[in-house]
Design a protein around this ligand. Structure first.
Ligand SMILES: [Zn+2]
Length: 89
């Protein structure tokens, strides 16, 4: 079974041309070539052995901000849908 891309920058990607794995919050995530290029371009430095804790935290900040934003958007979308359906009844 082919593994699907689970890039933290694009969790809904779903491509299966996985070229790399990244460690993110203790999980090993497969990343496709497209997302990998995106990650490489975004200048994010993934926490490697030997880098300081502060550097690691800084590297995760853009991703955490994006995940938080998406989570909020998802909640807002659900709330709106609920509101609409209750109004239509
Ligand atoms: Zn991808």
């Amino acid at each position: 079974m082919a593994e699907k891309c689970r890039s933290p920058l694009n969790p809904k990607c779903g491509r299966t041309d996985v070229v790399a794995y990244i460690m993110f919050r203790g999980a090993k995530l497969p990343v496709c070539s497209k997302c990998w290029a995106e990650i490489a371009e975004s200048d994010i430095e993934w926490g490697e052995e030997g880098s300081s804790k502060r550097e690691r935290r800084r590297a995760h900040e853009p991703i955490m901000a994006k995940i938080r934003k998406e989570a909020l958007e998802e909640l807002a979308t659900r709330a709106l849908r609920k509101l609409k359906s209750s109004r239509d009844l």
